[in-house]
Design a protein around this ligand. Structure first.
Ligand SMILES: [Zn+2]
Length: 382
């Protein structure tokens, strides 16, 4: 079974599935999830599982619904994203997997093809024995690294056939992650009146007004810093971009900034927007500065510790003799995107997020083994 998981992982790493992340300069033969999705469909069909490839334009996801061998108490979705980040500047051959000293190297080895390899190896063990105790939806979704288009494609495909909960595989070093922060981007725009810089009193300087707004946001950031979550720390607000003006001798009529706001579970986009509006109002800036956009880039994850997704995963880890630990992490995942769609869940997988997206990405073989044993226990245990 372990051998099978590593064999599958080698196959998957050798199939490029790069998310172009908005770029158009990448070779066509490495971009898109379609080759990997087609490979998985054939592998699942060989197990008599009716898998389908959905999506378009090479940005494909794979979905398969598997009924339990007997009466099932619930339906669990396992989602393992198919895309990897690009491969520029890698120190290793990204698509030639190499096993060195207990580590399997290659792009996607850790983030997150090892999770899918462990799942398929576990299914090869469980399905022929007829011991699947939960209804299962196997998902390999496209585009986790950018816009999570795959999650929406998958849920549209499933319609009303929603799982009770989802397990998203990501490198958590086999800890059961049930909470993470989310990301909102706030764009502020200041509008002024242009005039010659020799008579600035005739105009309204958009850069000056926007600078006052930046100070207002910084004060808000200080307030947020006092509301720390014991596991995740405080929500944060950081201004990352500011631009405006045309020339030194023109009073600028436009300026804008973009701030990055990290949310704690339970905070909403509306709350974030209201806080910024209040901050602008406190400094009487509304006349010249407005919120041009306030968008949720990555949702939070906030599954209660006593939810069956958490409890059952901890139990499965424990039953295979692995340390059973709950955790909160700083990075966002598709589990948060599923939560927005009313599907609660957890994140667990082999490898460390510190190895993800790196120039010498690898995953520890013993963690892939642990994930395979874990899946067998979760899917066939009670
Ligand atoms: Zn990932």
């Amino acid at each position: 079974m372990t051998q099978a998981a590593i064999r599958h992982l080698r196959e998957y790493v050798a199939i490029p599935s790069v998310n172009p992340m908005g770029r158009d300069d990448l070779p066509a033969d490495i971009v898109g999830e379609h080759r990997y999705a087609a490979h998985l469909r054939e592998q699942l069909r060989a197990l008599a599982v009716d898998a389908e490839v959905i999506g378009s334009g090479g940005r494909c996801s794979v979905v398969a619904e598997v009924a339990a061998a007997g009466p099932a108490r619930e339906t669990v979705m396992v989602a393992s994203h198919l895309d990897t980040v690009p491969v520029d500047g890698m120190e290793i051959d990204p698509f030639d997997p190499k096993l060195i000293g207990g580590r399997l190297h290659g792009r996607g080895s850790c983030d997150t093809k090892a999770g899918m390899a462990a799942l398929v190896a576990a299914l090869e063990h469980v399905l022929p024995r007829g011991t699947l105790r939960r209804n299962l939806i196997v998902v390999g979704e496209a585009d986790e690294e950018l816009h999570s288009v795959g999650v929406r494609d998958v849920l549209r495909h499933l319609g009303s056939r929603r799982p009770d909960w989802v397990l998203a595989t990501e490198p958590t070093e086999m800890r059961v992650v049930h909470r993470h922060k989310g990301v909102v981007h706030i764009r502020l725009a200041a509008s002024g009146h242009a005039c010659h810089a020799s008579e600035p009193e005739l105009g309204r300087n958009a850069i000056v007004w926007l600078s006052r707004a930046a100070v207002a946001l910084d004060e808000l950031a200080d307030t947020l810093a006092r509301r720390a979550d014991p596991d995740l720390g405080p929500p944060t607000l950081s201004i990352g971009l500011m631009r405006g003006g045309h020339a030194p001798n023109i009073v600028p009529d436009h300026a804008e900034l973009v701030a990055d706001r990290r949310l704690l579970p339970g905070e909403s986009l509306d709350q974030v927007r209201t806080q910024v509006e209040d901050a602008l109002a406190r400094h009487a800036l509304q006349e010249a500065v407005h919120i041009a956009a306030c968008t949720l880039e990555k949702p939070t994850l906030g599954t209660p510790a006593d939810h069956p997704a958490v409890v059952d995963c901890l139990h499965a880890l424990d039953s295979v003799g692995h340390e059973a630990l709950r955790a909160s992490v700083a990075f966002g995942t598709d589990a948060g995107v599923f939560e927005v769609e009313s599907v609660p869940g957890v994140v667990i997988g082999p490898g460390s997020i510190r190895r993800a997206h790196t120039s010498a990405e690898y995953v520890e073989v013993d963690q892939v083994e642990a994930m395979t044993d874990f899946f067998v226990a979760l899917l066939s245990g009670d």
